[in-house]
Design a protein around this ligand. Structure first.
Ligand code: URA
Length: 211
């Protein structure tokens, strides 16, 4: 059973693009472009319940009360480094968003995530905060990043990823049941090296052309 905090975006365009991204022969350039496109479709889903208000505007014909986003600008938080691939597309859709970065690495001895960079917009407590990281695998770094965002004052956090493993979804739901997760697909499992299977490989390597 999957937690009810999980939303899988089962849209034909999302699923078609994801299939091309999974294929091992897909080039870096195409992978990056599809990630940008898919991130916007996922961002559409994760923002469907943003708070709204109205304001009085003048159309060329007459005044009207028109809907507009309420509250402070959103905060988008990229979990380095692969989060940057999702961030670019989401920022095109929400250009006024404030942007932060969380850098974590895994301590080889304790296997625990250790923070090496943390810079986030001020006033997180009043902003809808969307953390982005393409792969929700073990969930260790995502959970740690959200711990840090909560310590910095964020109270309304959502998590946007491209692919999720059941292990990561469970871990996130246990640690942060208040954080909705939006993804394009929930894959079968993690392998012994912590890769999502069938997955798409290392998302950072595929988007940046590294190995
Ligand atoms: N991170 C990746 O980039 N890929 C995986 O499959 C798991 C974690």
């Amino acid at each position: 059973m999957t937690p009810d905090t999980l939303k899988i975006v089962d849209h034909p365009l999302v699923q078609h693009k994801l299939t091309i991204m999974r294929e091992k022969e897909t080039s870096t350039a195409v992978f990056r472009q599809l990630l940008r496109e898919i991130s916007q479709l996922l961002a559409y889903e994760i923002t469907t319940d943003l708070p709204m208000t109205t304001k009085t505007i003048d159309t060329p014909l007459q005044p009207m009360e028109a809907p507009t986003l309420d509250g402070k600008k959103l905060a988008l938080i990229s979990i380095l480094r692969a989060g940057n691939g999702l961030l670019d597309g989401v920022l095109e859709l929400i250009p006024s968003a404030r942007v932060g970065f969380v850098g974590l690495y895994r301590d080889e001895e304790t296997l625990e995530p250790v923070q090496y960079y943390f810079k986030v917009p001020e006033g997180l407590s009043d902003r809808v905060t969307i953390a982005v990281d393409p792969m929700l695998a073990t969930g260790n770094s995502s959970v740690a990043a959200i711990d840090l965002l909560k310590q910095a004052g964020a109270t309304n956090i959502r998590f946007l990823c491209l692919l999720a493993a059941p292990e990561g979804v469970r871990r996130m739901a246990e640690a942060h049941p208040d954080v909705p997760v939006v993804t394009a697909a929930l894959d079968e499992r993690l392998n012994e090296k912590g890769y999502i299977v069938p997955g798409l490989g290392d998302a950072g390597d595929r988007m940046f052309g590294t190995k």
